[in-house]
Design a protein around this ligand. Sequence first.
Ligand code: UD1
Length: 423
Amino acid sequence: MIVRGGRRLSGQVTVSGAKNSALKLMAAALLAPGVSVLHNVPAIQDVSTMREVLEHLGARVDFADGTMTIDTVDVTSQVAPYELVQRMRASIQIMGPLVARFGQARVAMPGGCNLGPRKIDIHLRGLAAMGGTVRSGHGFVEVTADKLRAIDMFLDYPSVGATENLLMAAVLAEGTTTLENAAREPEIVDLCKFLVSMGAEIEGAGSSTLRITGVNEMHTAEHTVLGDRIEAGTYLIAGAVTGGEVEVTGISPHVLDLFLSKLRSIGVQVHENTRSVKIWGDPTSYVGVDVATLPYPGFATDLQAQMMVLLSLAQGVSVVTENVFENRFGFVDELARLGADIRVNGNHAVITGGRALSGAIVRCPDLRAGAALAIAGLAAEGCTELRDVYHIDRGYERFEEKLRALGADVERSVAGEVSCPAT
Ligand code: UD1
């Protein structure tokens, strides 16, 4: 991707459906035989991978213009192969629904990834407590159960994935399950809404205690995916670093509360409407702030990299503490190539701001870091060449097109036919 910096972004951009909700809703469709319909599904690579996972199991999936129909009548396999799981870790979210409906799931171990080891012990401990037999070997983890039973479980950590897997298992378990210290992300609330429309009985969605009373069977349903708050935050930062004026629509600003309050502390002007947020500001007046990532409603780890770009421009020293994932500062060396001054010590990054960024060749190490580097390119003087941009395609729908609509000079170089001029 070629990014020519120095343009002020302005205009309105509508966010797509949330990646982190759509993937789990697709998995949840496995809970009921028949055809479920999802609207506002983003056309991104991770959704294509989850589609492949479902098709591998025997589901028939159609996807056009944001609407996906998932027919699970012919699901005969309960196996997710390594080839798909290693491409997308969220494939493991089929485990709960498959064990709940078919009594078994065999999923390749996700293994490490570039955000650290990312264990699945809480998922497995919960399924075992529900009566599942967990076996692992040959790179696979297998869970079998005749009938799942309800549990009272206090999660060691409010893991998003574990909360979702256990929630999807509990909807068909015998009795009332209580999950305490559950994750509270808006995408989990969205999943609860879909499950309830499929016949589930769930109390406490959006709180840290979920109470799920198992039902005998689930039925198909239709649902619209909520807007992507991470995509929203990404475009707001893109606007802020260029000194632009950008309005993001399609989300409730409430899901970005802490993020928006950090923007205000930095000196970015923020105006909230019911279903949109508008920002504007002058980067020469921004000041640094400290940020610590935490589970929702804390500061989202998925916006940490983008925030580091903004803090590199702001005056003064900022400290960013990453509490959710190990190895999430892997992109710092790339950002340094554009001129940022960041020192990393363990899970802390100390950013000395007020830097003028300049375009260079950089490599995207992961999805959010990729978006952050593109944003840095927008703020940089000159031309930036981003490599390994396939990471960005995993989670951002029409990324360049949306940025171009805001006035950015961004283009994809498909076979190396466009490049930055030699410097
Ligand atoms: C989801 C999101 C991801 C986001 C993350 C945190 C999807 C597809 N991905 O990932 O974009 O960054 O939430 O908001 O929705 N952990 C354990 N044991 C477990 C499970 C997790 O130790 O059994 C640890 C992980 O190693 C990690 C932390 O908990 O350090 C957070 O993981 P989790 O909340 O599960 O994130 P994901 O569901 O993988």
